[in-house]
Design a protein around this ligand. Sequence first.
Ligand code: NAP
Length: 480
Amino acid sequence: MPERRFFREECYIAGEWLGGGSVIDVNNPATGESIGTVPNLGRAETQRAIDAAHAVFPEWRERSADERGDLCRKIFEALMDNQAALGELLTVEMGKPLAEAKGEVAYAASFFKWFGEEARRVYGDIVPSSWADKRIVVTKQPVGVVGSITPWNFPTAMIARKAAAALAAGCPIICKPALQTPYSALAYGVIADDIGLPKGVLSVITGPAPEIADEFCENPKVRKITFTGSTPVGKTLSSNALRYMKRVSMELGGNAPFIVFDDADLDRAVDGAVACKYRNSGQTCVSANRILVQAGIYDAFAEKFAAKVKSMKVGNGLEDGVEQGPLIDEAAVAKVEAHITDATSKGAEILTGGKRHELGGTFFEPTVLRDVASTMRVSCDETFGPVAPLFKFETEEEAIRMANDTEYGLASYFYTRDLGRAWRVMEALEYGIIGVNEGIISTPVAPFGGVKDSGQGREGSKYGLEDYLDIKYALVGGLR
Ligand code: NAP
């Protein structure tokens, strides 16, 4: 059991811990055992959190950027000081290897550090005036109360990308985490208490997602909704939010191509593909969903890649040396199995893996498929699991066409040593994020987000802060 101080089975609403009533069970995906319960709260408690956020908004907004930045910095320090305990909590509820979980805590912390600093740089403009006796002043102001909904695959980091920007900008935030991973979210309540964040500035509520989401959409005190999750839910939520003219940020699904050209550094491409594909057991929105390899290097890449994947250690994330934990639940395993069955029935060959792991439960063998074609489900549907399908292409034009042949546009990757090709392909890929000779692209200082069905808005970087700011223009007249 993780350190008790961060393990709270109550919600953190308006600066108070709230329990009682019906509860939701939370299980450890590695063991199938119950970890505990969290409250099953609904609209009334969401309203309470919103009321508190709305009440504290004027005071929070008026604090100096230095003060808000310093509090963000304290959250960064609290996360880093408790990295081991928070990492363990994350592994127990989500399943990822402990090293990855601790890495996620550090990654989450880095957003509070970055945005704490960035709070001091919310600049406006003086625009050259159209009139001699008037001046045009542009300032930026916090949008107001934010409702946030996040998934289970990065339970600490997905909240950080939103909450750090919101707090830095001067917005209070209410966080609704995924049902499978509420404890890493509730730990933010403990930290908020510890550092003396004003009551109502950050609340964490657990309960039925549609009910909480409806309250976020319909309550006029909420001015922005930020969501990370699947594209279908994101689209429904966006259209509901827009009916009430709320600002939205949507970080949705992906179908990332990972292109390896003949002239690539083969070992670098293999290492990049393993890291990109199997991190978090393939359960990431930027995971390589389709690996496109040029004909001249295809066999060599397939052999080296499959050999590396075959040697990966699968097990309980708390055990030493484990590189891949369980999948989140049975539905995730069923989807992976369905993708593999569909591909092999249409002619794909399994190079390694391909079935449930002997450990049982939701453990699955890291899998590589070769001779994959665009008629197979893996080419158009996000697998969200440890399956790497290898497609073959002949020319640069064909690779670009295949890569862009999807409704998604989040992350993409390619490996080449040709500078001209690097620029051509970078410009041709219809994606929000591109890794050139790199398989891991996340950092708080760069804008993370997608185009097309992968959503709108950006998280991280100076652009991520803009998503929590409204622009105000003032015309100051009567000067002469
Ligand atoms: P999901 O089903 O959409 O769930 C995500 C969140 O939405 C959870 O908190 C869930 O709550 C909530 N939710 C479910 N139904 C809802 C509804 N009708 N209205 C409002 N909220 C609702 O997504 P998932 O399958 O758990 O997560 C994986 C997806 O997230 C993948 O598609 C992945 O690509 C995407 N993702 C994107 C990014 C990015 O930055 N672009 C990052 C990570 C993940 P409950 O848990 O209570 O159901």
